[in-house]
Design a protein around this ligand. Structure first.
Ligand code: ADP
Length: 324
């Protein structure tokens, strides 16, 4: 019997399990057996896998993480290892492979198609930094988690008349920061997509103080801290020193990668996983599945990897203009 393989690769994201479930059940419904490779491309390379029945994926739709595990596998960037992975798939009679992950994982999938294995990529990352799709699996849950944490911080900064500088994830992209900052009514949102000037933020804070505001929240993306090299602590220190408001930095960290996926993540993961299996069943390969304007679509992997994603400057301006 033909088999379909599935793996999760790169950083984990809530909703990956819902996608594994959808891929498994869609494939079984079409008459395939399903193989789940463990720890990303490591499983493919070292023949570590488990067969997945419809029952094996029961009770995982609501769980964060990934039952298959995920990892980075640097060896997979070497062509000889891609060929070895393809040979392992051949020995398992694999008709095709669904790769749930980010851009790096899609590069691995593209290499596998060049070695002759049909592959489909499904975007799974909390960062929403994949250009060919409006939306990635895990993004909604991560934003909601960060929003809830920032809401809790608001309670305490309000009681103490403090300023909170909240660092959120997103890799180099500011999508989580922009949306969470908007959702929590941050005074300032700092991301790499837009130049920022701390003196301007200080000026804004002082103007707000003059109208009677005593507590403040700033949301900053991890890209700003990791790449531009200004830490949330340094931002907090500068704001405290120039305004006299006690300021604290909080890095929300990996808590944003966990937790039960939201409805949106579960539904998107289900639709995209189902679509990926349909493509393989139709004999179509080398595609990345995505969402555009609420519809599930797919693009050639190479074309998808070349795309760029415009940042939502409009939302940025709205959030900025109404933080008075
Ligand atoms: P993400 O998929 O979240 O972007 P990574 O960039 O770490 O995460 O990529 C995940 C995995 O995909 C890597 O560990 C590696 O196994 C594989 N990979 C990444 N880039 C390539 C590449 N250029 N060629 C082949 N495989 C790659």
């Amino acid at each position: 019997m033909d088999r379909i393989g599935v793996l999760t690769s790169g950083g984990d994201a809530p909703g990956m399990n819902a996608c594994i479930r959808a891929v498994t059940r869609a494939a079984i419904a079409k008459g395939y057996e399903v193989v789940g490779f463990l720890k990303g491309y490591n499983g493919l390379l070292y023949n570590k896998y488990m067969s997945l029945s419809a029952r094996d994926v029961s009770d995982i739709i609501h769980c964060g993480g990934t039952i298959l595990g995920t990892a980075r596998c640097l060896e997979f960037k070497e062509w000889d290892n891609v060929v070895k992975g393809k040979e392992n798939c051949d020995s398992l009679f694999l008709k095709g492979l669904v790769v749930i992950g980010g851009d790096g994982s899609f590069r691995g999938a593209l290499d596998l198609t060049k070695a002759g294995l049909p592959c489909i990529g499904v975007p799974g990352t909390i960062d929403n930094d994949i250009a060919c799709t409006d939306y990635t699996i895990g993004y909604d849950t991560a934003m909601n988690t960060a929003m809830e944490m920032a809401d809790k911080l608001r309670d305490t900064i309000q009681s103490h008349d403090r300023c909170s500088v909240v660092e959120v994830m997103g890799n180099k992209a500011g999508w989580i920061a922009l949306n969470v900052g908007t959702a929590v009514g941050a005074m300032a949102i700092i991301t790499m997509e837009r130049d920022f000037n701390l003196d301007e933020i200080v000026g804004k804070m002082k103007a707000m103080q003059a109208t009677g505001k005593h507590h403040f929240m700033v949301v900053v993306s991890e890209g700003v801290c990791n790449i531009e090299g200004i830490t949330a602590d340094e931002i907090a220190a500068k704001l405290a020193e120039t305004t006299g408001v006690e300021a604290r930095a909080t890095n929300l960290g990996h808590v944003q990668r966990g937790g039960n996926p939201t409805l949106r993540d579960r539904v998107s993961a289900t639709q995209m996983g189902y679509h990926a299996v349909n493509l393989l069943d139709d004999g179509i390969s080398r595609r990345v599945v995505g969402e555009r304007g609420g519809f599930v679509i797919d693009y050639d992997i190479e074309e998808a990897l070349k795309m760029t994603k415009p940042f939502d400057m409009n939302l940025y301006h709205i959030a900025d203009e109404i933080s008075l």
